[in-house]
Design a protein around this ligand. Sequence first.
Ligand SMILES: Nc1ncnc2c1ncn2[C@@H]1O[C@H](COP(=O)(O)OP(=O)(O)OP(=O)(O)O)[C@@H](O)[C@H]1O
Ligand SMILES: Nc1nc2c(ncn2[C@@H]2O[C@H](COP(=O)(O)O)[C@@H](O)[C@H]2O)c(=O)[nH]1
Length: 205
Amino acid sequence: MIEEKGILFILSGPSGVGKGTVRKELFEQKTDLKYSISMTTREKRPGEIDGIDYFYKTNEEFEKLIQEDKLLEYAKFVNNYYGTPKEYVEETLAKGHDVFLEIEVQGAMQVKKNFPEGVFIFLFPPSLEELKNRIVNRGTETEELILNRLKEARNEIEMMDAYDYVVVNDDVEKAVSKIQSIIQSEHCKRERIAAQYKKLLEDEM
Ligand SMILES: Nc1ncnc2c1ncn2[C@@H]1O[C@H](COP(=O)(O)OP(=O)(O)OP(=O)(O)O)[C@@H](O)[C@H]1O
Ligand SMILES: Nc1nc2c(ncn2[C@@H]2O[C@H](COP(=O)(O)O)[C@@H](O)[C@H]2O)c(=O)[nH]1
């Protein structure tokens, strides 16, 4: 029997590189991917909606989810918890849909341990200066939080080699188009494996 599970795509990279912007644009264009909405303990930003941007949790609620093993991965990032709901991802993949995660690097490395067959994409800034400009100009963080996020960014960039693909986000449209190509290419790889498997079965008959 040929396995028809969906593919897990993980988009990661330093804070402010444009993961959310690129992911939103990708989902404007590509509708058959399923986005896994994360859980977080951070404060809602103006305009964010519970159940669309994140599922907002208290620390106690989040720690209960950890204890109950309800998260595929989680990380503490600049004093807040972030995590991926396990059941949603597993059930959606089992139904044959591709799932897309947009998460930071520590979490991506946990996913890699449990889902080595996932496709790991690192979004890279055109420069560290531009990364800083993007976080500052977004205007959602205090100066202290911006500095903390930039400090993390240096460690995160060092993990780039653990990823399958690196996409430079100098231009949103170009980055989305590259991610679309990666998705197509991964599907072609799976089709090749399925075809080889089918041929093997036919040869045995
Ligand atoms: N290619 C780009 N060129 C110029 N500005 C960009 C580009 N991509 C994203 N931005 C801008 O950079 C800022 C940060 O983008 P975004 O919030 O998507 O980053 P992020 O990686 O999701 O950040 P975080 O990890 O902190 O959530 C936003 O103001 C966004 O409009
Ligand atoms: N490990 C995880 N990281 C996540 C998840 N959802 C989002 N994130 C990442 O956290 C930082 C900060 O996000 P922000 O919304 O406060 O700017 C960013 O890198 C996100 O990609 C998750 O489920 N797990």
